[in-house]
Design a protein around this ligand. Structure first.
Ligand SMILES: [Mn+2]
Length: 477
């Protein structure tokens, strides 16, 4: 495509030449003959002419398909230049504002007179890449500090939360990469280990070994880092820690030597992608695949809690990863075992006033309960799901809703906080209550009574302030 740059300053002509060639076929127009010659001598296609005259543009073969960039350096005469350009038939006209333009040049009056002209601000064009480069240097300094601090350690523990998910495992791999260590010199560990089928499949396919570590063994490591979790989670078992990298809200009560906590990020893997990019290390296909999967899974493929940095990290990792493998890992969500609990929920559960409630009875694993809660929320007429099951002597309750109605977190806190742990967000929440405590409060209920009890609780909760829910309903459309 042809492009004509009407320049006053030599630096602008040279910069546009470098930026646009060879994608655009660029000619420069300057009014100073000696400048035109100098630029020509350096191989920059340039003509001298009066930019205020129509025939200058006619001679330069300007057509409606030529991009014409007019530098506004604050000198008088911009209006005559723009009129001449348009009269010569140009329609794709841009004004490039350099820092002088604030004083004169491109004014509101000109804007009104040439409504079809687009302005480009030189500072705006620079700021994105410049800010990225500079903040990358800040990250590099931070990463180099903790790299040095970890360098002389014999045994390093990278500690994950109790039920490691894709983001935790991918962050573990990435941090090991940043620290330039192997699986023998930096152990990725968790108190319990991986349990959910999709997470197990990820660990198997990518050969990620998460070692089970008892809290008593933390002290046997020279350095301990936590990723995707903060030390307060281990309730006192980790009073000091060397490094924390996390995207959950910052918690008090511990002293890290180094930390990088960014609560607005969609995943810890996004933070670690920035660390790896800052120090320019090669990211293996395995690590890239794990991190890409982690970003997808933590942000529900950008459907929640996502910012530009997550998309940037995704774009960067995408060509390095194996998308076929990710597809396979995602498929692991559906298993025969889980279908069995879905079948139980169909048999025992019921929908009433757009709430699906089911008591699954004894479950061999906890994840069957949230899985069923997510599953039944997909039904067209369902806005809330309340699913409970008994796992290891505790009643586990998972609550989901479509997010625009009343608060799921509030529901579990109101009903279960006094007898167990209960918490969560607007759209998803969980409670875990020892069966004995539940029976003290509600009596020893059979399966059918248990379902009725759950149903009564959610109905009472929703009727509490019926106005607020109805008012928000039109949002669904
Ligand atoms: Mn995470």
């Amino acid at each position: 495509m042809k492009c004509l740059a009407v320049c006053q300053e030599e630096a602008v002509a040279r910069t546009l030449h470098q930026a646009l060639m060879p994608t655009f076929e660029l000619d420069c127009l300057v009014d100073d003959r000696s400048l035109a010659r100098r630029l020509q001598d350096e191989g920059i296609s340039c003509v001298a002419g009066d930019p205020r005259r129509i025939d200058t543009y006619v001679q330069a073969d300007v057509t409606p398909h030529t991009c014409v960039i007019v530098e506004d350096s604050g000198k008088r005469g911009l209006k005559r230049i723009l009129s001449a350009v348009q009269d010569a038939g140009a329609t794709l006209v841009y004004v490039l504002c350099t820092p002088h333009h604030a004083q004169r040049g491109w004014t509101a009056e000109l804007r009104a007179q040439f409504p079809d002209i687009t302005t480009l601000d030189l500072a705006d064009l620079l700021s994105g890449p410049l800010l990225t480069k500079l903040s990358r240097s800040t990250t590099r300094a931070k990463v180099q500090q903790y790299q040095r601090y970890f360098a002389d350690a014999d045994r390093v523990l990278i500690l994950l939360h109790n039920d490691p998910d894709p983001d935790a495992m991918a962050s573990g791999l990435a941090l090991r990469n940043v620290l330039r260590r192997t699986k023998t010199t930096a152990i990725i560990g968790a108190i319990h280990g991986v349990t959910r089928p999709e997470n197990l499949r990820m660990a198997n396919m990518l050969d990620i070994h998460v070692e089970q570590i008892a809290p008593g063994a933390f002290a046997s490591f020279d350095r301990v880092a936590t990723v995707d979790v903060q030390p307060h989670y281990f309730s006192g078992a980790l009073p000091t820690v060397d490094l924390v990298i996390d995207h959950h809200p910052e918690q008090p009560g511990y002293t890290p030597v180094y930390k990088d906590i960014r609560a607005d990020y969609g995943s810890t893997s996004t933070i670690l992608t920035e660390h790896l990019r800052a120090i320019d290390v090669t990211i293996s296909e395995r690590t890239a695949t794990a991190m890409l999967y982690a970003i997808k899974s933590d942000t529900l493929f950008f459907a929640r809690h996502t910012k530009r940095e997550d998309l940037d990290a995704f774009t960067y990792l995408y060509p390095l990863a194996d998308p076929a493998m990710i597809r396979k890992m995602e498929g692991a969500e559906i298993t025969l075992e889980r279908m069995e609990y879905v079948r139980r929920a169909i048999e025992r559960g019921r929908v009433r006033e757009q709430v699906f409630t089911a008591f699954l009875g004894a479950s061999t694993r906890e994840d069957f309960v949230p899985y069923a809660a997510d599953f039944f929320l997909q039904l067209e007429d369902v806005k809330w799901t309340v699913i409970a099951g008994v796992v290891d002597g505790a009643l586990v309750v998972s609550v989901r809703n479509l997010g625009y109605s009343r608060n799921a977190g509030e529901f579990v806190r109101k009903n279960f906080a006094d007898i167990g742990s209960a918490g969560g967000h607007r759209s998803m929440a969980k409670a875990v209550v020892p069966i004995a405590r539940f029976q003290e409060k509600f009596g020893d209920l059979g399966d059918a009574e248990m379902s009725q009890q759950l149903q009564a609780m959610i109905e009472a909760f929703r009727k509490d302030q019926p106005g607020s829910e109805r008012r928000k309903e039109p949002l669904k459309a």
